[in-house]
Design a protein around this ligand. Structure first.
Ligand code: SF4
Ligand code: SF4
Length: 470
């Protein structure tokens, strides 16, 4: 029944294939020759199948685990350099008709205030985000066809792209809204969204149906096939993810990779990003109900194996995780990070009320503190949105990443957008650290002409010009 090319959820995420994969991985957990051969394959940067990745995730041999981590660091370095792309979530509405058992926005939670931002509210929120220095947003809404229809989302995107405040601009709007129709995806594409993000939560149909007892989201197939409809609607950058801790993590890990294989098999391009959220405490959610929580150690292993299994897919981590955890997984494969996040509706322009957040934030630092911290760790915080704006999406984006030209494209873009941030928003300490990073990294740009142009643009940015890109 398993068929990665099938358009039916239960055939491309086949339960029997996942269980057989887990059995195979458990059987081979100490099969060192097999593990070595998988690592050799992964080192060629061609990615791994879900079965091969499952063997690495299951591996219990300490020396082999060290090799997995070393290879993940190497893949990260070769494909993403030391850049980390920054973004912020923006919650537009917390009305929701669904009954997800793990989310405080579920329909029957009467403790929280329901709110939908007006277009004027959105302007205030976005100005606050621009004043922090953000250029890339992820829009978040609950699902409610009456209180948050697609027309509202489209209007909000138009408002956001239209806000020009001082030197600020939101240059890429990614969207995380409920599964919808091909027609609505087409409208989102026309509105100029970057990535369409939808978390599967869990790939296990039985758990999924238990966790989503009512509302449109309770339809497992409709939810699981959403990325296919998004791609049919012309969106070629899609972002997948599971909420680790809802179900047994090994099952969801395999399901996630099978989903990526399916998109690759049908559309010729896998997910643009994968997010790795873990269940967090929240209002009206019984923490004892979710006892599949994963340790930091397992979380790190998941990130490392994903990094080598899908080497060209960006990986995202949010402020759900602590500074310590974020620090650890950055080097193992994470390429995008949120900073200064608020997870409630209206949380940037107003003080957050205690119980209106979707989840508790573990990293409460300001964007400036996060940028300074990344620089201290030797990463380049990047506010780059160049690919989307140059039309390098889908397979054109993958071509750039696979061509090993990132040193001549992503690195200069990172340095120039960091320079903009330093000029417009940074504290004196962060600015000093950032200038030192730019001075250190500029000579490392391989192509002489690109290096010279970057130096010229950096000088122009210092003189007040903005928005250069390769
Ligand atoms: Fe609604 Fe999304 Fe929360 Fe489910 S996870 S209750 S769909 S906001
Ligand atoms: Fe990402 Fe493209 Fe910018 Fe590189 S140039 S950092 S791939 S948006």
């Amino acid at each position: 029944m398993y068929d990665p090319k099938s358009k039916k959820a239960e055939e491309f995420i086949d339960d029997a294939e996942i269980k057989e994969t887990l059995r195979y991985a458990a059987e081979n957990r100490n099969n060192i020759p097999l593990i070595e051969s998988i690592l050799e394959k992964a080192a060629r940067l061609g990615g791994l199948s879900h079965r091969e990745a499952a063997v690495l995730l299951e591996c219990g041999d300490p020396a082999s685990i060290e090799k997995i981590y070393a290879l993940a660091r190497e893949v990260k370095r070769r494909n993403y350099g030391n850049r980390i792309v920054m973004f912020a979530p923006l919650y537009l509405s917390n009305y929701c008709v669904n009954e997800c058992r793990y989310c405080p926005y579920h329909h029957h939670n009467t403790h929280i205030a329901r709110r939908q931002l007006s277009q004027e509210d959105i302007v205030r929120e976005v100005v606050a985000l621009q004043d922090m220095g953000h250029k890339r947003l992820a829009l978040e809404t609950g699902e409610d066809p009456v209180n948050c229809p697609i027309e509202y989302v489209l209007e909000s995107i138009k408002t956001i792209y239209g806000i020009k405040h001082k030197n600020g601009a939101i240059r890429r709007v990614n969207v995380n809204i409920a599964a919808t129709t091909v027609e609505n995806y087409r409208r989102l594409k026309e509105a100029g969204i970057g990535t369409y993000i939808l978390f599967q939560e869990t790939y296990n149909k039985e758990s999924y149906e238990y966790l989503h007892p009512a509302g449109p989201k309770s339809n497992y197939a409709y939810h699981t096939e959403a990325m296919d409809r998004a791609m049919e609607g012309g969106i070629d950058d899609v972002g997948c993810g599971v909420l680790f801790g809802l179900n047994l993590y090994k099952y969801d890990f395999v399901g996630l990779l099978m989903h990526a294989e399916h998109l690759e098999a049908v559309f010729g391009v896998g997910p643009h990003t994968i997010s790795v959220p873990r269940v967090r405490t929240a209002d009206d959610i019984d923490p004892d109900e979710f006892d599949n929580g994963i340790s930091d150690e397992i979380f790190q292993k998941i990130v490392a194996v994903l990094r080598i299994a899908v080497p060209y897919t960006g990986m995202i981590i949010s402020t759900r995780e602590t500074q310590q955890t974020r620090e650890k997984v950055l080097e193992l494969g994470i390429s995008q990070l949120s900073g200064g996040s608020r997870t409630s509706v209206g949380g940037y322009a107003e003080d957050e009320t205690e119980n209106s957040s979707q989840f508790d934030v573990s990293d409460n630092r300001t964007l400036d503190e996060v940028v300074g911290w990344l620089l201290d760790l030797g990463h380049i915080p990047s506010f780059c949105t160049a690919c989307y704006r140059e039309g390098r999406t889908g397979d054109r984006f993958m071509h750039l990443v696979k061509s090993q030209q990132i040193g001549n494209c992503c690195d200069p873009n990172a340095l120039m957008t960091l320079k903009e941030y330093l000029e417009d928003y940074a504290s004196p300490e962060t600015r000093a650290k950032g200038e030192a990073m730019i001075a250190q990294m500029l000579p490392c740009i391989p192509n002489e002409k690109v290096r010279r142009l970057t130096a010229e643009h950096l000088a122009e940015i210092a003189a007040g010009k903005r928005d250069f890109r390769f």
